[in-house]
Design a protein around this ligand. Structure first.
Ligand SMILES: Nc1ncnc2c1ncn2[C@@H]1O[C@H](COP(=O)(O)OP(=O)(O)OP(=O)(O)O)[C@@H](O)[C@H]1O
Length: 590
């Protein structure tokens, strides 16, 4: 049997929870047993406590539990009391089993959800930047939260519905057949009709839900983009424009969700009408049996109660197909993330990156973000260890791109980049990234404290190392004025700092890093001359010392770091040993 897509996708995360899910299923099956016993107290009461007791009737018509009642030889009141007590007890048992199964299955589902989200997050973090360039972060968040939630609904429904409903269906059907085979067959005659309807409906629901989830993902993507740029929106007075963009997406989601609800809602009356026809048929035929004396009123009540109990799992199973259809649409979106193989991969025989003792070399490197549109074309560059090289050139020529290629955030399309003569693609990425301290153009600060942001540059950084790096990068100058000094939270993206302050935190992050090579992307861009002067001073201090002893011990060493910096700033370029001026596309030998 083919597993529903939602369960196949949740499978690996669900495996450790199988015992809990099996236990929950067992509890629900026990609940089914208790539910099956529930009509009996009522039938006993009707047949032995409430009906007229003429001796002729009592021998002529059958009655529920006549042997049991005879052995009790009890007064009608005692029978009534016993029936009432049994009813309460059975309901209590059903309730307790409900509670225990719900707790077990919901707990297991939450753990599965957490593990699925972790797997997706890990996958996302390791996918190539090309993939991230295409995928919107809001869309990813929507997949990680809403779509995973839908998968969990399927896991819960499958556990609490599939097995118990199947058992209930079989149990009730067997009882009904034992009771009155004719009524049982009449009652179940509507099942094939329901099954055909359910299959057709499931396909429609899945298509409608897929469209709805895609549109919701687009809304999440657009919202994240607008929220991230709230400053630009306000500064340009474009709140109306932002509202219009949001409104268009929001309306699209509303329309498509309403259509999906419509498809979904049509199912309920359809199923109810078919089931009501079944009940009506049994009422007519069963009523005739009562009139002919073949069935007692109590027995007819039991049959009708069982029929209700029979239809409840039928309804449950068809509802399950709806939940699975919804989850199926989400499963495709979750699987797209989990199965995406667009990544800068380590080779199976990847080796630790060399320690950068001789230098770095770009050898006829070509690269483009889109096929057929090279940004970097046959670019050559040699950097000797300990040297400070500056790439100077007009905007958009590919300077930042060359730093990204050196970090192997993207793989080159042609040519190669060597570190101490070893191709970057032969090195494992973790050790390769340890060789570089990167200060990006946009400082990429986290929603964390100043100290935590600096320590991001070196996972072994001590507090003393962080403070020393902060001093080197002139973070001290403003950190002392912050409410909690180095422990002041910076807000999302470091929003509480000025542009120059953010850059200095990013420089401190590079200063705390033990990496032998520093990559600086426009570290003085858009700074006033005084701030730019401070940053240049910080860079001098940071690159003159050694490779990261500040990170762990707070001391300063002796060997000089290799630096590749990109800038338009001639003052910054002046501190370089060599300036490579790029005045056309990054092409040809340099
Ligand atoms: N993620 C991306 N996807 C597609 N194209 C990109 C991407 N990043 C950069 N580009 C394009 O690549 C070209 C080089 O960009 P890059 O950022 O390397 O230039 P740069 O020389 O550093 O410019 P600047 O001095 O303005 O920072 C530009 O034309 C840019 O539009």
């Amino acid at each position: 049997m083919k597993l529903p897509l939602s369960l196949a996708v949740a499978g690996p995360a669900a495996r450790p929870e199988l015992p809990a899910l099996a236990a929950a299923s067992g509890l629900v099956v026990l609940r089914v047993g208790a539910v099956l016993l529930r009509p009996w107290p009522l039938a006993l009461a009707v047949d032995h406590a409430l009906r007229p007791t003429s001796p002729a009737q009592s021998t002529a018509t059958p009655s529920v539990g006549s042997g049991f009642a005879a052995s009790l030889a009890a007064s009608p009141l005692v029978v009534l009391l016993l029936a009432a007590a049994a009813s309460v007890l059975l309901s209590a048992i059903v309730g307790l089993l409900d509670m225990a199964s719900l707790r077990t299955v919901e707990g297991a589902a939450e753990r599965i959800g957490a593990s699925l989200r972790a797997a997706m997050f890990q996958r996302t973090m390791t996918r190539s930047l090309r993939w991230h360039d295409r995928m919107r972060s809001g869309e990813l968040v929507s997949r990680l939260t809403t779509d995973v939630g839908r998968l969990l609904d399927a896991v819960v429904a499958m556990t609490t519905s599939f097995l118990p409903d199947a058992v209930m269906l079989a149990g009730v059907f067997a009882l009904l057949v034992a009771f009155d085979p004719e009524l049982a067959l009449i009652g179940l005659a509507v099942a094939p009709v329901l099954a055909v309807l359910a299959v057709r409906q499931r396909r429609r629901i899945r298509a409608a839900q897929h469209a709805a989830r895609t549109e919701s993902g687009r809304l999440a993507g657009a919202t994240t983009d607008l929220l991230r740029n709230v400053r630009a929106v306000q500064a340009f007075g474009r709140i109306d424009r932002a509202a219009a963009i949001f409104g268009t997406r929001n309306r699209a989601v509303l329309d498509i969700e309403l259509r999906a609800i419509d498809v979904d809602a049509r199912w309920t009356p359809m199923a109810d009408i078919v089931l009501a026809i079944g009940t009506a048929l049994v009422l007519v035929v069963g009523g005739r049996h009562v009139l002919t004396g073949a069935l007692s009123v109590g027995e007819l009540l039991v049959v009708l109660a069982y029929l209700r109990d029979l239809y409840s799992p039928v309804r449950g199973l068809t509802r399950l197909s709806v939940v699975l259809a919804k989850a199926g649409a989400s499963a495709v979106r979750v699987r797209d993330v989990l199965d995406c193989d667009e990544a800068v991969e380590d080779r199976y025989d990847a080796r630790p990156a060399p320690r950068l003792r001789s230098g770095v070399r770009f050898e006829r490197v070509s690269f483009g973000y889109e096929a057929g549109r090279p940004v970097v074309d046959q670019f050559d560059l040699d950097i000797t260890a300990g040297e400070t090289v500056c790439l100077l050139g007009p905007s958009g020529i590919g300077k930042s791109t060359s730093l990204h290629l050196l970090l192997r955030l993207y793989d080159v399309d042609a040519g190669r980049i060597l570190i101490d003569g070893v191709d970057l693609r032969d090195c494992d990425q973790r050790s390769l990234r340890d060789r570089f301290a990167f200060v990006p153009q946009d400082p990429w600060l986290l929603d964390a404290t100043v100290a935590e942001n600096i320590a991001f540059g070196n996972q072994n950084a001590t507090r003393a190392g962080v403070i020393a790096a902060g001093r080197t990068a002139l973070v001290d100058e403003f950190a002392d004025r912050l409410p909690f000094g180095y422990d002041t939270p910076l807000g999302e993206g470091g929003v509480r700092l000025s542009g120059g302050q953010r850059r200095r935190v990013a420089l401190a992050r590079a200063a705390v890093s033990p990496a032998p090579m520093v990559l600086l992307d426009e570290p003085t861009a858009s700074l006033d001359p005084v701030s730019a002067g401070s940053v240049i001073q910080a860079i001098r201090a940071m690159t003159a010392g050694t490779t990261g002893t500040t990170g762990t011990t707070g001391t300063t060493g002796t060997s000089r770091r290799t630096v590749l910096m990109v800038t338009h700033d001639r003052d910054l370029a002046a501190i370089a040993d060599r300036v490579v001026t790029l005045d056309h596309q990054l092409a040809g030998r340099r």
